[in-house]
Design a protein around this ligand. Structure first.
Ligand code: NAD
Ligand code: GLY
Length: 357
């Protein structure tokens, strides 16, 4: 088993990664000092596949678990659905030390984390992420949220889990398109922090979708990098913003094409390519970097070509995303593979980028 620790000053928590870990969650939670009641939050699809094994593991270690099943989908990541979880927790007299376990992808993880942050002013929660995106990104770092009709993740809190249990075996039932979308975030870690990891991904790009040892190694390295960045800047005062490489472009693509047309990871893949193009256009990196980003993103079956929107719509959407009204916006740009920086970019430079696409 691989254990990575997220160090947050006086607090810390483990990310454990191991094939078959799902059946050990009860024992590991007991080791961490938990006991008694435990709520498991999931959705019908993931619940049918994996809740049985998780509940068995919890009961086997002396817990009294119960299941809260929410509808599947981003459209249910709302305060109304969170309220139904509060109802179930109150109904089952969950107390301040009783843990809540998120079993699912980023939607379940974000919503469950938000509920844990707010129920009784904060109760412990555990992440058992079941999509690649949630294993390498959303389950680590404590960003919890629900959506508001006016925008994604507008209501939330920084609230860290007590542990993250990653079982790569559960990815076997995940749609291949979801696996590819998760790989966009994996590639991101190489670009922002680790040239050797990027080279490893290039060498093994054809094997990653096979869900074998190469993907497990990629999950481990991704979690290490995320843990390092979050440990240095838990509440995104500075460094943590490098995790948003490609995301400003990506969010605009998601919004302008209508949510659901592109998966988040697909939009981020295009966004990373655009960030590379912009970096080269501004003289921050050479064209070889753009070619490597494009090559790796394409080789795992992710898109790089952006859909066509009017340049004014792009810029307006990115302003909304960044919640800025001034002319200049800050983007995570690439200096070389493994090194990025936050740069102010003006409207003219963005217009020139779009004109050249
Ligand atoms: P998701 O949670 O919607 O899961 C995608 C689909 O896969 C769902 O239908 C789900 O039921 C299904 N699924 C999950 N695990 C499965 C499995 N093992 N086998 C078969 N099907 C499975 O999507 P996601 O991509 O995991 O998460 C997206 C969410 O994560 C968004 O709401 C986004 O805002 C959030 N997010 C949060 C952070 C953060 O730092 N908190 C970071 C990135 C994304
Ligand atoms: N997914 C970006 C972050 O966790 O900060």
């Amino acid at each position: 088993m691989r254990t990575i620790t997220v160090e947050l000053g006086e607090r810390s928590y483990p990310i454990m990664i191991k094939s078959g870990l799902l059946s050990e969650v009860g024992a590991r939670m007991k080791d961490l000092g938990f006991k008694g009641k435990a709520a498991v939050v999931t959705n019908p699809l993931v619940g049918d596949l994996y809740a049985g094994e998780l509940l068995k593991s919890l009961k086997g270690s002396g817990f009294s678990p119960f299941l809260i099943t929410l509808p599947d989908g981003e459209e249910y990541k709302t305060i109304e659905v969170a309220t139904t979880v509060y109802d179930a927790l109150i109904e089952n007299t969950m107390e301040r030390n009783s843990p809540i376990i998120a079993l699912g992808g980023g939607v379940i993880g974000d919503l469950t984390g938000f509920v844990a942050a707010t129920y009784l002013r904060g109760v412990p929660y555990i992440q058992v992420p079941t999509t690649l995106l949630s294993q390498v990104d959303s389950s680590v770092g404590g960003k919890t949220a629900v959506n508001h009709p006016r925008g994604k993740n507008l209501i939330g809190a920084f609230y860290q889990p007590r542990a993250v249990f990653i079982d790569p075996d559960v990815l076997k039932t995940l749609d291949a398109r979801e696996v590819r979308a998760g790989l966009a975030e994996v590639i991101k870690y190489g670009i922002i922090r680790d040239p050797a990891f990027f080279a490893f991904l290039e060498e093994n790009s054809s094997k990653l979708l096979g869900l074998g040892a190469e993907l497990t190694r990629a999950i481990e390295r991704s979690c290490e990098i995320k843990a390092e960045v979050v440990g240095a800047d838990e509440t995104e005062q500075g460094l943590r913003s490098i995790l948003n490489l490609g995301h400003t472009f990506g969010h605009a693509i998601e919004a302008l094409s209508g949510y659901g047309t592109y998966k988040h990871g697909e939009a981020v893949a295009i966004g990373m390519y655009l960030a590379a193009r912009l970096s080269a256009a501004l003289g921050l990196c050479d064209s070889g970097v753009v070619e490597r980003v494009k090559g790796l993103v394409s080789s795992v079956g992710l898109p790089t070509e952006p859909p066509e929107f009017a340049v004014e719509a792009w810029i307006e959407s990115m302003r909304l995303d960044k919640k800025v009204s001034s002319e200049a916006m800050r983007f995570v740009l690439i200096k070389r593979i493994g090194t990025v920086s936050l740069e102010v970019v003006g409207e003219e430079e963005l217009k020139a980028l779009y004109a050249g696409l």
